[in-house]
Structures are given as C-alpha cells and as structure tokens.
Design a protein. Structure first.
Length: 165
C-alpha cells in the first residue's frame, strides 16, 4: 500500500510550517488565516519597523562619522599646535586621543552601542579634564561641543534601540 504524505501548510511570508487551524504564524506573526484588515495591519507594521531600523542605521552612521571627525580634528589640531609651539608632548597627546577616536569609530561597525557610548563618555571626560586644567576652555567652542554631544547622544539612543531588536 502506498502512504500518502499530508503536507503541512506553509506561511506565505516566511515559509514556516503552520497548522491549518491557527490564525497566526508562530514564526513571524503573519495572520495567514486572518482577514484582509489584519494582513494589511501586519504589512503596515512591518514597513514602519523597517523605516525605524533604517533611521536608526542613519543615526548610528552619523555618530560613527562624528567619531571619525573628532579623530581627524584632534590629529590636525595636534600638528598645527606642534608646528606653532614645538610642543611634542601636546602632539603626542593629540595623536593618542585621535587614535582612540579612530579605534572607537572602527569598533562602532561591530558594536555600535558600546563604541558610540564609549566615544560620548570619552568626549565628555576630555571636556571635563580640559575645564579643570583651564576653566576658560569650557566656553570656547561651546556650540561645536553641543553639536558633537547631540550627534553622539542620538547615535547612542539609536544603537540602544537597534540592539534591542
């Protein structure tokens, strides 16, 4: 005698096996046996989630670029200050700080939340150290500092939202 194999129905969205009596796919949540309104709501939510993820990636990329910019600015300013004052110690510090930001920017490709948060905390620490060493520096370039902090903070928020998914 020949056995007849009964094939389980598949979800039209993710191709996971579903039972013919279940309304929703247990894998992706698609209302396979639901009405058209439920299917439309599923697709709308999926599209909105995709847009949110794309926005998060843009903010993370912006924060990563900010880290690269901070690294470049530190390196350029270090060389300018060195050629103006022949202070080798200042040049070495600026190169080290620039290298730290380059490493953080590169690391943000693999671990965006940890890298961007570290970059933000390092930037705030550098501002605090400079303010303690020379209090007048806290107000110099304040708009520039606020912009950098805003870009990094938005990147941290987006990376934290992205890592939850």
């Amino acid at each position: 005698m020949e056995e007849i194999a009964i094939q389980q129905p598949l979800c039209s969205q993710c191709s996971a096996e579903i039972t013919s009596t279940s309304k929703f796919c247990t894998h992706c949540g698609f209302p396979e046996n639901g009405d058209e309104k439920e299917k439309a709501v599923f697709h709308a939510k999926k599209a909105m989630k995709k847009n949110e993820i794309m926005d998060d990636h843009k903010r993370i990329s912006s924060a990563r670029n900010t880290l690269y910019w901070i690294a470049g600015i530190n390196l350029v300013l270090g060389f300018i200050h060195f050629f103006a004052s022949q202070d080798i110690a200042s040049l070495i510090v600026q190169i080290i700080v620039g290298a730290i930001y380059l490493v953080l920017a590169y690391w943000s490709q693999k671990k965006p939340f940890a890298a961007i948060l570290s970059g933000l905390l390092f930037y705030l620490t550098m501002i605090a150290i400079l303010a303690i060493a020379e209090p007048a520096t806290i107000f110099s370039g304040i708009l520039f500092k606020i912009i950098i902090i805003a870009f990094l903070a938005k990147g941290v928020y987006s990376a934290s939202q992205n890592s939850k998914e």
